[in-house]
Design a protein around this ligand. Structure first.
Ligand code: FAD
Length: 467
């Protein structure tokens, strides 16, 4: 017999579960369908295990500072990579269990563990059964991209899916693709004792479009392991290893970490049955404010959209898609201020408008280097550059780019300020505790206000009580 439901959600990842929460709240019937490994990409192989590895790597790396501050015996410290990887997997299991306990474990027949395929826009084929839904949410996520040409070397190719499944870490790795995942994992591996070479065909890392920040980021990260930028990597067999070539440079490594990006999970979904155009990756066009595909009662959310793979965006999109899938009327919702953070050391982050999209003449910039920043010096991390952008005329904050110690926190503050429509002067009229890393932001905003060229005799930090 056919199954009928108000909303069918394909994919029990972050986006699908966020959609589910909204459908539940609206009191609609639902079916959640997932045919892959459960527990979300974030908890299983993504955000969480990668941050555990980064933490281990940072703890071990800290020993390089010990001698300078009078702590003896650092030479005796060793990293047991088998234990370290076991620790990553142990914490990973905790994160996954938590996701499952709150969701698919307790859903009974409302959860179908199978692949879904569209037969019509609201009719799905699932595990030999037909599901007829009032609306459908597609939230099938993405997977690591591995070039077809690398298939002959498959045994020596690692991805973020497989790296933490290794018994021990390899001796040498070429990290091909230096977006956030490549830089984070590359630095963590290097700090855990792997000889890492990083390669990207672009001239900058982590998608930085501000050339000054990009250069600083490349200099800092490049001090830890070689970064070969500006050439597509070529891979050939070389004895027992792989030779990876970038322009004139080449290295033989045990393994390659493919971090060239992620590809939307659309294979086998039968999206052709939607009757709308699909792009070269097989993804249909959608409205980013409603997450609706054309005029169909079909919505899409998360990594499968092919946009940047960021967890809070997947969640936000899932909430929009779920809300609209459960409603009589499709509504458009505001999107969040762009915010992306690479948890390398120092953090690399971009907030709001990217430098490449701004009109330079109409934009004021506040720039600060972290060399003299007190808290950064105390932490032994006084390297980096923060650039904050604002409308030259109004002072309204537009965006920022940074390679900064604890940049994750600065990036949040700036994103929240942009969300609230604050100006540079507004940002001077808030407290900054001493000695906090936020003082770097305060200093950058002072420079920004100066760059705006507003020559007022008043001190901008002081807000008169009476006009
Ligand atoms: C190494 C790494 C580090 C990351 N770090 C961060 C970070 O620090 N911060 C951050 O914001 N983001 C980070 N991300 C990105 C973040 O994890 C993703 O953006 C997010 O998990 C995407 O969620 P999703 O719901 O779209 O997909 P997923 O969680 O992958 O869910 C998709 C689900 O769909 C299922 N599915 C697929 N096809 C079908 C089908 N045909 N039928 C039924 N089910 C199907 C899959 O089994 C899966 O369960 C990282 C990602 C990686 C890989």
């Amino acid at each position: 017999m056919d199954l009928r439901t108000d909303v069918a959600i394909i994919g029990a990842g972050t986006a699908g579960l966020a959609a589910l929460a909204k459908v539940r709240k609206a009191g609609k019937s639902f079916l959640l369908i997932d045919g892959g490994e459960l527990g979300t990409t974030c908890a299983r192989v993504g955000c969480m295990p990668s941050k555990v590895a980064i933490q281990v790597a940072e703890d071990f790396h800290r020993r390089h500072r010990f001698q300078r501050v009078g702590i003896e015996g650092r030479e005796a410290l060793r990293l047991d990579s088998a234990e370290a990887l076991e620790h990553v997997r142990d914490l990973r299991d905790i994160f996954v269990d938590r996701v499952l306990a709150g969701t698919t474990d307790d859903m009974g027949e409302a959860f179908m563990e199978a692949q879904a395929r569209f037969v019509e826009p609201t009719v799905l084929h699932v595990d030999g059964r037909i599901v007829r839904a009032g609306a459908v949410v597609i939230a099938t996520g993405s997977r690591p991209l591995v070039p077809q040409a690398w298939q002959p070397f498959a045994e020596r190719i690692l991805t973020s899916d497989s790296i933490f499944e290794q018994e021990i870490l390899p001796g040498s790795v070429a990290v091909v693709g230096l977006g956030a995942i490549g830089v984070e994992l590359g630095q963590a591996l290097q700090r855990m004792g792997v000889a890492v070479t990083g390669l990207d065909r672009l001239d900058s890392i982590c998608g930085l479009s501000d050339a000054r920040v990009a250069q600083t980021a490349t200099e800092i990260i490049g001090k830890e392991f070689p970064l070969w930028l500006g050439h597509a990597a070529e891979v050939t067999q070389d004895g027992d290893g792989l030779r990876v070539t970038s322009g004139e440079q080449s290295v033989v490594v045990e393994k390659i970490l493919a971090s060239l990006g992620r590809t939307p999970n659309v294979k086998g979904l039968g999206l052709e049955a939607l009757g709308v155009a699909l792009d070269s990756r097989g993804v249909p066009a959608f409205d980013p404010h409603t997450m609706q595909i054309g005029q169909l009662p079909v919505f899409i959310a998360g990594d499968v959209t092919g946009s940047e793979a960021i967890l809070h965006e997947a969640s936000h999109e899932g909430r929009i898609a779920g809300t609209n899938a459960a409603a009589h009327r499709v509504r458009a919702f505001r999107r969040l201020t762009p915010l992306s953070i690479a948890f390398c050391d120092p953090n690399i982050a971009s907030v709001g408008a990217s430098w490449g999209d701004l009109d330079e003449a109409a934009t004021a910039v506040g720039e600060i280097r972290f060399g003299p920043v007190g808290r950064a010096l105390i932490m032994g991390s006084n390297r980096g550059l923060l650039r904050v952008y604002a409308e030259r005329n109004s002072g309204k904050l537009l965006g920022a780019s940074m390679v900064a110690p604890r940049g994750e926190h600065l990036a949040h503050l700036i994103a929240w300020a942009i969300e609230r429509g604050l100006t540079a002067v507004d940002m001077l009229r808030v407290p900054y505790y001493h000695p906090a890393i936020e003082e770097a932001l305060q200093a950058a905003i002072h420079v920004l206000v100066e760059d705006m060229g507003t020559h007022s005799p008043d001190s901008p930090e002081l807000q008169p009580l009476t006009p």
